[in-house]
Design a protein around this ligand. Structure first.
Ligand code: NAD
Ligand code: UDP
Length: 338
């Protein structure tokens, strides 16, 4: 089956493209390159030995989507395309509702028009809001604390309505915890524009001397060392989870399924700094800074449902996450020096 990946040139999409090809699927990427680079396609070819077509287009353009679905005879869609910076979503909410919510509605209409009703959607643990209990299972109540999170929640609700109205749909909502790390080849990874918002790319850039020091946002949380605890998941494990989810929904008779993709293990900010320094033999200078607005103390998954229903569990540990992030950072330095 050929699978169309919206946002397929991005960080997670590119890793999923590689995983799908190695599982024997055919892939086409659809991306407006607003947060990625077409050169990723050459690197994917180097990794997979396969030319993966890139359609440059915007998910808010229904005609472009219909053309891509028809021209490539796609049988399923994995929908990564979206904006994801929490701070920016607070400053420019309309941009987020337009890109994420309108974009997804346009995608759903195009899929319906083309008779493609199999969809895997990139959601986020942010839909759990402030945790009422841990670990977070899929039954935990949902809420949103910022416009980005609200777009994910609105899209989840839209998908539930679509699945309830037409039982031919097969939709998987995947709630990612904290994806980090990079492909073993070092060829693809996370390379955000400007100063990174997320912890791991920030640590990598401090270690590489591209940034002076890490600000640790708060050391007075109710956690073992006072710093925030998160469930970091290796992006290659996350990618394998997509393959498992897609294969499951094409076989099961549920119009809508929801799975957490996490490890179940929480690490603090200082755990991450310590592991990165130890594994890579580098220094990551840091200072304690005030808490960041909207952050919760601890957030980690119950990965039980995915284990039971998908037969998928994350395999790569913290050391592998840190080593692969650093390998990718060094590859970027080599590229920039060329
Ligand atoms: P990314 O920015 O690297 O990838 C998103 C891709 O979508 C980019 O290549 C971008 O150019 C493309 N895109 C954005 N708007 C588009 C549009 N209107 N039309 C076509 N293409 C468009 O981000 P990522 O980290 O790979 O995230 C992928 C998805 O996973 C997003 O939906 C994000 O919200 C979700 N997610 C990410 C994380 C994370 O920590 N990275 C956590 C939870 C959920
Ligand atoms: N964090 C930090 N400094 C940074 C970036 C993040 O201390 O420069 C902390 C943040 O407060 C949280 C954890 O690292 O406790 C993970 O943050 P990230 O933004 O990567 O993911 P989130 O879970 O917030 O989506």
């Amino acid at each position: 089956m050929k699978i169309l990946l919206t946002g397929g040139a991005g960080y997670i999409g590119s890793h999923v493209a590689a995983a799908l090809v190695s599982a024997g699927h055919e892939v086409v990427c659809f991306d407006n390159l607003s947060n990625s680079d077409a050169a990723v396609m050459d690197r994917l070819e180097a990794i997979t030995g396969t030319v993966i077509p890139l359609v440059q287009g915007d998910i808010r353009d229904g005609d472009a989507l219909r053309a891509a679905l028809n021209d490539h005879a796609a049988g399923a869609v994995i929908h990564f395309a979206g904006l994801k910076a929490v701070g920016e979503s607070v400053a420019e909410p309309m941009k987020y509702y337009d890109n994420n919510v309108r974009g997804t509605l346009t995608l759903l209409e195009a899929m319906r028009d083309c008779g493609v009703k199999t969809l895997v959607f990139s959601s986020s643990a942010t839909v759990y809001g402030e945790p009422r209990y841990l670990p977070l299972d899929e039954e935990h109540p949902t809420s949103a604390t910022n416009p980005y999170g609200r777009t994910k929640l609105m899209i989840e609700e839209m998908l539930a309505d679509v699945a309830a109205a037409d039982g031919d749909w097969r939709i998987a909502t995947l709630r990612y915890f904290n994806p980090v790390g990079a492909h073993d080849s070092g060829l693809i990874g996370e390379n955000p524009n400007g100063v990174p918002n997320n912890l791991m790319p920030f640590i990598s850039r401090v270690a590489a001397g591209r940034l002076n020091e890490l600000s640790v946002f708060g050391n007075d949380y109710d956690t073992p060392d006072g710093t925030g605890v998160r469930d970091y998941i290796h992006v290659v494990d996350l990618a394998d989870g997509h393959v498992a989810a897609l294969e499951a929904i094409t076989k099961n008779d549920q119009p809508l399924s929801t799975w957490n993709l996490g490890t179940g293990q929480g690490y603090s900010v200082l755990d991450m700094v310590e592991a990165f320094e130890r594994v890579n033999g580098v220094r990551v200078p840091y200072r304690i800074a005030p808490r960041r607005d909207g952050d919760v103390a601890s957030c980690f998954a119950s990965p039980e449902r995915a284990a039971r229903e998908l037969g998928w569990t994350a395999e790569r540990g913290l050391d592998t996450m840190c080593a692969s992030s650093w390998r990718f950072e060094r590859m970027l330095a080599t590229r920039n020096a060329d």
